[in-house]
Design a protein around this ligand. Structure first.
Ligand code: MEV
Length: 316
C-alpha cells in the first residue's frame, strides 16, 4: 500500500430529484469550491483507523456506526485488493455539510474509492468507480439512482439517466444559483421511501407527478441550451410544485423558497431528497443572487452559498 489521496466535490441537483429514481432524467452540478478529500497512510501495526467528522475509530467498530456504509465499502475494497489485514490511517476532510442534500455520502465514497485505487497503484475507470460507490449508497439509501455519485465524481454539470452513462451538459455563462440550508438534516432514505409508498398507494395520482418532473427536466435542458433563464426558472418552480405534492418539501423549505421568490428569484425549489436539507434559487446574475442570499439569511437560512454558472466552465 502507498500513501494516497482521493478527491470529490459537493453536488447540487438542479432539477429531477426523486423522478430520477424512476427512470426520468435529471440535471446536477458538482460544486468544485466545496471539496472532500480522503487521505490514506499505510500503518505497519495492522490497525485500520478512520478519522472523519461522522466517525473516529477502528474500521471494525464502524460497522455499527453512521459510517457503516463507507465501512462496508472499505472492507469490499480491501478484499478486492487482497489486503484485508493491511493497516492504515484513513483521514476524511470535508467542507460539505452532512445530510443536507449536497451528496456528502456519495462524495465520501467517491474520494475513498479513488484513494484506495491510488494506494494500490491501480488505474480506475469512471464506470468502475460508479459501481463501487453504489455499494455504500445502496446500504445508506436503499434505492439510489446513482445521480449523487455521478455528480460528486464529475467536474462538469451532468445530464443523468439511471443505468446509462452520465454525460456533461453545457450551462450558460450568465445566471447564478443561491444554495441555502434550512439547518435541518435531510432524510434521503426516508424521503425516497415516502415517495415509493405514495406511488404504491396511489399510482394514478403520483405517476403523472414524476412524469411532470421529467418533462420539466427536458424543458430545463432546452432552456439551458438557449440561455433562457426565465424559462429555466419556471421549470424549477414546476418541479417544486410536484415535489411538494409528492410530500418531500417541508415548512422550512417552503419558507426559504417563498423568500427567494419574493426577493426576485426566477425560480426556486428544494434540492436533494428534501424532508430538510437545502433549497436553490435561480438569479439572473451575481448581484441579483447576492440580494436573494441576504433575503434567505433573513428568512432563517443557516448557511448560504453562491454558484455563478460561469464556474461550471472553470477547470478545478
Ligand atoms: C438524492 O440526492 C436524490 C434522490 O433523487 C435519490 C437518488 O437519486 O438516489 C432523492
Amino acid at each position: 500500500m502507498l500513501n494516497a489521496s482521493g478527491e470529490s466535490f459537493a453536488k447540487i441537483i438542479l432539477i429531477g430529484e426523486h423522478a430520477v429514481v424512476y427512470g426520468q432524467p435529471a440535471i446536477a452540478l458538482p460544486v468544485k469550491t466545496i471539496r472532500l478529500t480522503a487521505t490514506i497512510t499505510p500503518r505497519t501495526d495492522g490497525q485500520q483507523l478512520i478519522t472523519s467528522t461522522f466517525y473516529r475509530g477502528s474500521l471494525q467498530a464502524a460497522a455499527t456506526s453512521a459510517f457503516a456504509g463507507i465501512a462496508h465499502l472499505l472492507r469490499a475494497l480491501l478484499t478486492f485488493f487482497g489486503a484485508r489485514q493491511q493497516g492504515f490511517d484513513l483521514k476524511i476532510t470535508s467542507a460539505l455539510p452532512p445530510e443536507r442534500g449536497m451528496g456528502s455520502s456519495a462524495a465520501t465514497a467517491t474520494a475513498v474509492v479513488r484513494a484506495m485505487y491510488q494506494a494500490f497503484a491501480t488505474p480506475l475507470a469512471h464506470a468502475t468507480l460508479l459501481r463501487w460507490t453504489a455499494i455504500s449508497e445502496k446500504l445508506l439509501h436503499g434505492n439510489p439512482s446513482g445521480l449523487d455519485a455521478a455528480t460528486t465524481s464529475a467536474t462538469r454539470p451532468q445530464w443523468f439517466v439511471r443505468n446509462q452513462a452520465p454525460h456533461a451538459i453545457a450551462f450558460p455563462t450568465n445566471g447564478s444559483l443561491v444554495i441555502a440550508d434550512t439547518g435541518i438534516p435531510g432524510q434521503t432514505k426516508a424521503a425516497v421511501a415516502a415517495v415509493a409508498s405514495r406511488l404504491q398507494q396511489a399510482p394514478a395520482t403520483n405517476q403523472p407527478r414524476l412524469a411532470a418532473i421529467g418533462q420539466a427536466v427536458r424543458q430545463a435542458a432546452l432552456a439551458l441550451a438557449a440561455d433562457d433563464l426565465v424559462k429555466l426558472g419556471a421549470q424549477l418552480n414546476t418541479a417544486q410544485t410536484q415535489l411538494a405534492a409528492l410530500g418531500v418539501s417541508t415548512p422550512a423549505l417552503d419558507r426559504l423558497i417563498q423568500a427567494a421568490r419574493t426577493a426576485g428569484a426566477l425560480g426556486a425549489k428544494l434540492t436533494g431528497s428534501g424532508l430538510g436539507g437545502c433549497m436553490i434559487a435561480l438569479a439572473t446574475d451575481h448581484t441579483a443572487a447576492e440580494t436573494i442570499a441576504q433575503a434567505l439569511t433573513q428568512a432563517g437560512a443557516t448557511a448560504v452559498w453562491q454558484y455563478d454558472f460561469v464556474q461550471s466552465e472553470e477547470q478545478q
